[in-house]
Design a binder for this molecule. Structure first.
Ligand SMILES: [Cu+2]
Length: 156
């Protein structure tokens, strides 16, 4: 019994240490991400976009600087803006989430632009995208893939 017991205890201790390290190294309790969803990829394309609301519950501004995922090696921060009555999309180096405030990523605003998808995104799947902030913290966010038919109401 003793021979079995000791390895099991060691394993539990090791697991606890690694869990603790993960939490202290990456989890940011001041950042809460809600309503994450991504778009199903259009057949024949390898791009998609993802949206969410990022809440900053701390008293300091936090800056989103990048996003990474196993689904793609190239995810950019983008913003849609109206230029001369036309919707333009441009890349941003970062997006600020102000202290005790939130920033909404939504169609026609900020979004995560996913390029070079390794596999098409299908409706109802979940993908994980890690958001990286300027205080060296990061948050893993789950995004539900929405079908193309659920596209938002267009204003004609
Ligand atoms: Cu874009």
């Amino acid at each position: 019994m003793r021979n079995v017991f000791i390895p099991v205890m060691s394993l539990i201790v090791l697991l606890s240490i690694s869990l603790f390290n993960n939490v202290s190294a990456s989890e940011n309790h001041n950042i809460v991400v809600e309503d994450g969803y991504a778009r199903e990829s259009i057949p024949g394309t390898t791009i998609s976009s993802a949206y969410m609301t990022i809440k900053n519950t701390s008293a300091s501004d936090i800056r989103l600087v990048s996003a990474t995922s196993t689904v793609s090696d190239r995810i950019e921060l983008h913003q849609h803006t109206m230029v001369d009555g036309l919707m333009r999309m441009r890349q941003r180096d970062n997006v600020d989430i102000l202290a005790n405030d939130s920033t909404v990523f939504q169609p026609s605003g900020f979004h995560l632009m996913i390029f070079n998808l390794k596999q098409p995104l299908k409706a109802k799947e979940n993908i994980i995208i890690t958001l990286h902030f300027d205080n060296e913290s990061s948050v893993d966010v789950s995004y539900t893939v929405k079908g193309l038919k659920q596209k938002k109401h267009h204003h004609h």
